[in-house]
Ligand binder design. Structure first.
Ligand SMILES: Nc1ncnc2c1ncn2[C@@H]1O[C@H](COP(=O)(O)OP(=O)(O)OP(=O)(O)O)[C@@H](O)[C@H]1O
Ligand SMILES: [Mg+2]
Length: 340
């Protein structure tokens, strides 16, 4: 009798790569970075190890992120990162994968989708399928997308903010905008450059954002309820010397509010385009927020104020997509679901 093989689900995010293996759980959850030997083009490391090398310009290797702005920018690198991580998880048993489900951004082209399916085939996995990540995120956060009601999910990741209206197991409407975590970081870098004449790195901007960000309500405070600050180290643009600047929660909120203006427009546009029956359902079902960016303080209230419907934060925003993969892989035998 033919061996069935294990089912594997992949959340190929701009910032984080997560891999679920049937019966074993989430076996990989690390940054989507890959370090490659410049001379031999061989993979040196991926994930945390590669992320640590990022920004350290080294003559021997390149550190790259194969997804930029939620776009599959380099399929060869995605292949390399998958081979490396699957080898790590399965040792020599990669051939034991019976089904591969890869979650993709909402606005993927047919050519990109074909390239992903071919990638699975090239790994020897004939049964390779794709699914929209917004659908997986909805399922992962506990939304019953199969009921005859409209649901809305908003996923704020590293490369894109994706919005989707789902009903009867399908994505009825979806929109994607390239304004998310990485963009927020770049805006913080630009602000510090313009206002404080200091050049800071991407990792510093990321730490500033995670510690100080908020959109509405009280500003974040420390454990003694004192205002939070971040001493950002960088290079003084005038003197060229190492220098630091104290950043506060007010200036970071201003930057984020400006970043969220276009997200607000896309949200309003999506609500306008939602068929009336499903739009009416949202009064009950609300909007579910997922993705790393959904952890910004005050975001729930900010979205509630715009959409005037209840807004729910995911309990596990960073794993919602891969948690949804797990559910989708289990359901395929019980339910018919259409692939994107
Ligand atoms: N507490 C936090 N506050 C604000 N942003 C955060 C927080 N924690 C993580 N992030 C941001 O979330 C982003 C990563 O989220 P996530 O892992 O959902 O993205 P991704 O799935 O890799 O990207 P995409 O779905 O766009 O391809 C990063 O930009 C990170 O800085
Ligand atoms: Mg994502």
């Amino acid at each position: 009798m033919e061996k069935k093989g294990l089912s594997v689900g992949v959340d190929l995010g701009t910032s984080n790569l997560l891999i679920y293996v049937e019966g074993k759980g989430t076996m990989f959850n690390e940054p989507s970075f890959i370090a490659i030997d410049k001379a031999t083009r061989k993979v040196i490391c991926v994930g945390h190890e590669a992320a640590r090398l990022q920004g350290k310009n080294h003559e021997k290797f390149d550190v790259v992120c194969p997804l930029q702005g939620g776009v599959i920018s380099d399929i060869e690198l995605i292949r390399e990162i998958l081979i490396f991580t699957l080898d790590k998880i399965f040792s020599s048993e990669v051939h034991n994968i019976g089904k591969l489900l890869i979650c993709t951004p909402a606005d993927i082209t047919a050519t990109e989708k074909e390239a992903i399916i071919r990638l699975g085939h090239s790994l020897g996995i004939e049964n390779t399928v794709t699914q929209q990540e917004i659908k997986a995120a909805a399922m992962g956060t506990g939304v019953d997308i199969f009921e005859p009601k409209g649901h809305m999910v908003m996923d704020i990741g590293g490369g894109t903010t994706d919005l989707g209206i789902l009903s009867l197991g399908d994505v009825v409407l979806s929109k994607s905008i390239k304004i998310a975590g990485d963009f927020f970081d770049r805006q913080i870098i630009d602000h510090v450059k313009t206002k404080h004449k200091l050049e800071i790195g991407f990792q510093t901007a990321e730490e500033v954002k995670i510690l100080l960000s908020s959109l509405t309500g009280p500003y974040p405070v420390d454990e003694d309820f004192q205002p939070l600050f971040y001493e950002a180290m960088g290079r003084d643009l005038v003197s060229g010397l190492p220098q630091s600047v104290k950043l506060d929660t007010k200036e970071i909120r201003e930057i984020l509010l400006a970043c969220f203006d276009p997200i607000k427009s896309v949200l309003l546009g999506t609500l306008e385009e939602t068929p009336p029956e499903l739009a009416g359902d949202l009064v009950d079902t609300g909007i579910h927020l997922t993705g790393g960016g959904s952890q910004i303080l005050g975001l729930r209230e900010y979205i509630e104020d715009i959409a005037k419907v209840p807004v729910y934060l995911s309990e596990a925003p960073l794993t919602a997509v891969v948690d949804g993969c797990k559910k989708l892989l289990k359901m395929t035998s019980k339910y018919f679901y259409s692939e994107v």
